[in-house]
Write a protein that binds this ligand. Structure first.
Ligand SMILES: C[S@@+](CC[C@H](N)C(=O)[O-])C[C@H]1O[C@@H](n2cnc3c(N)ncnc32)[C@H](O)[C@@H]1O
Length: 229
């Protein structure tokens, strides 16, 4: 992939996304970036984990940082449960675009949350940052393919890559096997993508898929896959 050529765009729920001209692909659903991220990664993902003192979250594709912002907000609503989040991003978005994104306006973020959103992008790479009480964030400037699975297992993977029609290789079985290796038994992988070949790769990588799961508004289906106990 070459250096991204990016444009700001509006989606159906009024929230912004970014359009990647080289791939001819957006960073989120055209139906609504905010509602997609909230539904897929928080409501059908993080919120479905059994309660414990710390949840470890791995995100494939930091992009705009929207999933990080929503995860930090969800953690603030459950302060007894800390979140330790790691996001991979090999192609960071220039700050000029980040500053235009309207997520904090639509979420009616307070000053601390607005500062947190900026810090997601301004914080140093490869270095854990305590962004709020109970929310630690580490961003890694690398591809999933080169990432080394750490010893501490994750509870959930947000698999938020560009669509298989635009970036087929990232949905390959080898990458999903790496995610399975990174998860604890019983851990889950959530994504907006429900493509048939991807679901076959998930099963081949050792994941179990339950009954079909309805997707966010405008999308028939999403996927929540479980690493068997
Ligand atoms: C659908 S967009 C990201 C959406 C993001 N979570 C957000 O809320 O904006 C996919 C992201 O994956 C990143 N990406 C591309 N190739 C990757 C790879 N091999 N490993 C990890 N991330 C990758 C892209 O640069 C892009 O930021």
């Amino acid at each position: 992939m070459t250096e991204p050529e990016i444009q700001l765009m509006a989606t159906g729920d009024g929230s912004h996304s970014l359009y990647h001209a080289t791939l001819d692909e957006s960073y989120h659903s055209h139906h609504g970036a905010l509602q997609e991220s909230q539904f897929v990664y928080i409501d059908q993902g993080l919120a479905r984990l059994p309660p414990q003192t710390t949840q470890r979250v791995l995100e494939v594709g930091l992009g705009t940082g929207l999933n990080v912002l929503l995860t930090a907000r969800a953690q603030q609503q459950q302060p007894d449960c800390a979140v330790d989040m790691v996001s991979l991003e090999p192609y960071p978005i220039p700050t000029a675009f980040i500053d235009q994104l309207n997520y904090c306006d639509l979420l009616a973020c307070n000053a601390a949350e607005r500062a947190l959103f900026r810090t997601i992008h301004a914080s140093p790479w490869q270095s854990p940052q305590a962004l709020t009480t109970g929310f630690t964030f580490t961003k890694l400037n690398q591809r999933l393919e080169e990432w080394k699975v750490p010893d501490a297992p994750f509870d959930i993977v947000y698999y938020d890559a560009f669509a298989p029609s635009k970036q087929a290789d990232i949905w390959a079985q080898a990458n999903l096997e790496k995610c399975a290796a990174a998860l604890r038994p019983g851990g889950i992988l959530v994504t907006y993508c429900a493509q048939g070949a991807f679901k076959r790769n998930l099963r081949a990588a050792g994941f179990e898929l339950g009954p079909r799961l309805p997707g966010p508004p405008g999308k028939k289906e999403m996927v929540r896959a479980v690493k068997p106990q």
